[in-house]
Design a protein around this ligand. Structure first.
Ligand SMILES: Nc1ncnc2c1ncn2[C@@H]1O[C@H](COP(=O)(O)OP(=O)(O)OP(=O)(O)O)[C@@H](O)[C@H]1O
Ligand SMILES: [Mg+2]
Length: 403
């Protein structure tokens, strides 16, 4: 039986984010309240990207079917505990704590000790946490992405006006989970841009990336696999009609943390997205191109939006995708997997198998047959496209992907 180290960062039970969301549920959120929530969130919730106990337990349970799981919380003692435990492979979902290379720390430490690990390497993880560097790499390879300028200080703004066309969209360069991304980031005029860039520079203490606004539909694409066998799972479409009347069609802070209420959940995701085959193929193409160019491994989630001409553009790449286990939480990667007939446990196990295969770590055959879950969520087999079709139930998902 192989020994699987499981590296994660666990969110404190009472994070500021949880508190904020609870407050927001109690009343309609006006401008002042939104500002307060956003400020509190950015000032205190350094743990927004970390995983909950529920997610960590669900992943550990899935891994336990393949080997002995050794939990290795990615805290200060992680290097020493990893060195002592010397697992055969590490399953990594740790988002990290300090600095702009935080997501790269666990993989770098594994490399230091020569221990195989799952997912992307330190270079890819750091690259994708810098939205501008990511877009430079994409552009260099001809992969469509909105034109942009980085504003490190207010004196950079004239360059923005000279280079880019309004309307524009501003974002902190190194964040995720829509930290610092509200409707105000959509700027119709240079005055709006000036005010928002000033706010973001002051509150997030990092450069601001200013992009041309992509006015079209939005999708997020889960990729599983490596090399030629990497596959896009059924595409998730953003249903902006679910947002409150008059809301802008963006999936930002308000949609993720304010308007999505437990008593009135936003029906934000449509999977598979209701788009024709030509657009499906075009989105899959840019997604897989981005995955390869950025050196993603095993899995990643890639956000895509259409430009004014209807062409898919890459918005950003998440090599550590969100993987909430409860279907009610509408987490995009597990949702896309379910629609493909891949259960949560199978998804986690596939990622580990892909990593093991890549690095020559022998991993036993599945202990039990693959069960196809969430039949209700899965389209009938005959209705699925070839790329998304599942295997015979007794095949493992990784066999399917690497065959
Ligand atoms: N150039 C753009 N044009 C139009 N909308 C944009 C643009 N960039 C970002 N957005 C909107 O803002 C949202 C959040 O942006 P982005 O995905 O870069 O942030 P994030 O916080 O890293 O997201 P995640 O929660 O996926 O980690 C996007 O889903 C999209 O709706
Ligand atoms: Mg995103």
């Amino acid at each position: 039986m192989i020994r699987i180290g499981f590296a994660y960062n666990q969110k404190p039970e009472q994070s500021a984010l949880t508190g904020n969301k609870a407050t927001a549920h109690q009343k309609t959120v006006d401008d002042g309240e939104l500002s307060r929530l956003q400020n509190e969130f950015s000032a205190t919730d350094e743990f927004a990207e970390w995983d909950s106990r529920e997610t960590i337990d669900a992943v550990a349970k899935a891994l336990a079917a393949l080997g002995e799981v050794i939990r290795l919380e990615a805290d200060e003692d992680f290097p020493e505990r990893l060195r002592q435990a010397r697992p055969d492979i590490v399953f990594n979902i740790a988002e990290g704590k300090n600095g702009v290379n935080r997501e790269a720390h666990v993989p770098a430490i594994c490399e230091f000790y020569g221990i195989p690990y799952s997912g992307s390497d330190p270079l890819t993880l750091s690259l994708c946490l810098d939205k501008a560097r990511t877009k430079e790499a994409l552009s260099a390879h001809g992969i469509p992405t909105a034109r942009f300028v980085v504003a490190r200080e207010m004196s950079d703004l004239p360059r923005v006006s000279k280079t880019l066309e309004l309307p524009l969209f501003a974002k902190p360069i190194h964040e995720g989970s829509s930290k610092g991304i509200t409707e105000r980031n959509f700027c119709r005029t240079t005055d709006e841009l000036e005010a928002q860039v000033k706010f973001l520079l002051e509150h997030y203490a990092q450069p601001v990336i200013v992009e041309e606004y992509l006015p079209g539909a939005e999708f997020t694409c889960a990729v599983l696999g490596n090399g030629k066998t990497a596959k896009v799972l059924p595409i998730v479409g953003m249903n902006f009609a679910a947002l409150p009347e008059g809301a802008l069609p963006i999936y930002g802070f308000e949609a993720k943390w304010v308007w999505d209420r437990p008593d009135r959940p936003l029906e934000m995701f449509e999977c598979p997205a209701g788009i024709d085959l030509a657009l499906t193929r075009a989105i899959e193409r840019v997604t897989l191109d981005a995955y390869r160019v950025l050196g993603c491994r095993d899995w990643s989630r890639i956000d895509v939006r259409l430009d004014a001409g209807g062409a898919p553009n890459v918005v950003e790449v998440n090599p550590l995708p969100g993987i909430l286990p409860d279907p009610a939480d509408n987490s995009c990667f597990p949702k896309a997997a379910r629609v493909a007939g891949i259960s949560y446990d199978e998804l986690i196990q596939s990622c580990l198998r892909l990593a093991a295969t890549r690095q020559g770590v022998p991993i036993g055959r599945r202990l039990k047959k693959v069960q196809t879950v969430s039949k209700a969520a899965s389209p009938p087999r005959a209705a699925r496209s070839r790329d998304h079709d599942g295997p015979a139930a007794e095949e493992s998902v990784s066999n399917r992907l690497t065959a």
